[in-house]
Design a protein around this ligand. Structure first.
Ligand code: ARG
Length: 458
């Protein structure tokens, strides 16, 4: 018999029960459900809504249920409507009437909103740990590559010289923003819906500050209708996770390119790549492709939540039960991706010489060639044109700016002298990019120092 059976003259249809039930996916919140019920029961006792004795018995009973679920002695009933009903029914099974007092002045509507916030609050801490770990790993790798010249790209065309450190630190910046967004999401999530009741609060003299305190929330939520019907925190978290996934996906795309024969900037460790069932020579970057693919799925989770909420009138509607699978999937996926991505980065081999060789092709010093003339007094647009003409000449004659003879330079303008070769050498080009945030080793050292303090690395 369902706990709400009083009004009904028949048992629920078995198929409808299965359709309606959420225990298969909300059982994972059992710890949070019990934690919330303990706080509620303690408050009921403190406020004289139930006796101290009953309150203590309920807390004791809930702790026993928690222990039995933790060690597997108690199994979830797949026919239960949800985790909240399951725990309450179990308590009542064990403690009779006392158990039946737990739900005084509470609804599953504020209960589920509470459980989900508690659950996600812990998950955010884990995601923060992983994002931070990745940022630390990238910063440590960057420290080893401040002199590793590689081509920087725009439109995936070789553009200007950077270093591998500089490139990695761009990702660290993205991750730092992700950490900021996670913190922000956690902060806004950390208000307590318990005591909102079904939607309209309660006539009992409850103390919402007390339960909020017990559960380490910053405050009770200010409006009971909002308390039970708000899922902004799921949407914000799914959004934050989507952005993390987008960053991982862009990085994955680069790694896929970098380990192709066309680039060969890196080599993945054998333990982090897969072979082909037919082509013996293949070593495939499956992990990164899966991360790229799973990003789509997390975007889907965000869409699910947004669309689920857009047409629901206040306050609670059963549509909102669909929030859990979406947000759990987003949380599970980003954790799984980060856990796999981090050791893949830690073990990959960086092929410095290939990066350097690619930087030597593609005329990525053409801007520097123009800047050379600007420093000798020529207006930039004229210098730009001369540099472009020289590049065209090199392409025709299968040369590079480094191998083009001085006479060819001087045919364009006598401002060119022997020192042009020094000015356009890749090392000079990188070292000269001293602007703040740029790729020169000194500018990168400053970025590393700042990032290390932001990540509390020393
Ligand atoms: N399983 C439900 C959910 O996840 C719990 C809240 C049920 N509330 C209700 N009024 N039926 O949303």
């Amino acid at each position: 018999m369902a706990l709400w059976a009083g009004r009904f003259s028949k048992e629920i249809d078995a198929g409808v029960n299965a359709f309606n039930s959420s225990i298969s996916f909300d059982a994972r919140m059992y710890r949070n459900d019990i934690q919330g019920s303990v706080a509620h029961a303690m408050m009921l006792g403190e406020c004289g809504i139930i006796t101290k004795e009953d309150s203590e018995t309920i807390v004791k009973g809930l702790c026993e249920i928690l222990k039995d679920l933790d060690d597997g002695t108690l199994e979830f009933d797949p026919n239960a409507e949800d985790i909240h009903m399951f725990v309450e029914a179990e308590l009542t099974k064990r403690y009779g009437d006392v158990g039946k007092r737990l739900h005084t002045s509470r609804s599953r509507n504020d209960q589920v909103a509470l459980d989900l916030r508690l659950y996600l609050r812990d998950e955010i801490v884990e995601i923060q740990g992983l994002v931070k770990k990745l940022a630390v790993v990238l910063t440590e790798l960057a420290e080893k590559h401040t002199e590793t010249v590689m081509p920087g790209y725009t439109h995936l065309q070789r553009a200007q010289p950077v270093t591998f450190a500089h490139h990695l630190l761009a990702y660290v910046q993205m991750l730092l923003r992700d950490l900021g967004r996670l913190e922000d999401t956690a902060k806004r999530m950390n208000v307590c819906p318990l005591g909102s009741g079904a939607l309209a609060g309660t006539t009992y003299p409850i103390n919402r500050e007390m339960t909020a305190n017990f559960l380490e929330f910053d405050a009770p939520m200010a409006n009971s209708l909002d308390g039970v019907s708000d899922r902004d925190y799921c949407i914000e978290l799914a959004n934050t996770i989507s952005i993390i996934m987008m960053h991982l996906s862009r990085f994955s795309e680069e790694i896929i390119l970098w380990c192709s024969w066309e680039f060969k900037f890196i080599e993945l460790d054998d333990a982090f790549a897969t072979g082909s069932s037919i082509m013996p020579q293949k070593k495939n970057p499956d992990i990164t492709e899966l991360i790229r693919g799973k990003t789509a799925r997390v975007y889907g989770d965000l869409q699910t939540l947004l669309v689920m909420m857009k047409g629901t009138p206040l306050a609670y509607n059963k549509d909102m039960q669909e929030d859990k699978e979406a947000i759990f999937d987003a949380v599970d996926t980003v954790k799984l991706c980060l856990e796999t991505f981090i050791p893949m980065i830690e073990t990959m081999q960086v092929k410095k010489e290939n990066m350097r060789a690619a930087a030597a092709k593609g005329f990525i010093n053409a801007t520097d060639c123009a800047d050379y003339l600007v420093k000798k007094g020529m207006p930039f647009r004229d210098a730009y044109k001369i540099s472009g003409t020289l590049v065209a000449k090199c392409i025709n004659e299968n040369l590079t700016l480094e191998t083009l003879p001085l006479e060819a330079y001087q045919e364009m303008t006598p401002l060119f002298t022997e020192d042009v070769y020094e000015a356009i050498s890749l090392e000079t080009c990188v070292k000269g990019r001293i602007s703040q945030g740029g790729p020169s080793p000194e500018a990168v050292a400053k970025q590393i120092a700042l990032v290390k303090s932001q990540l509390e690395m020393e």
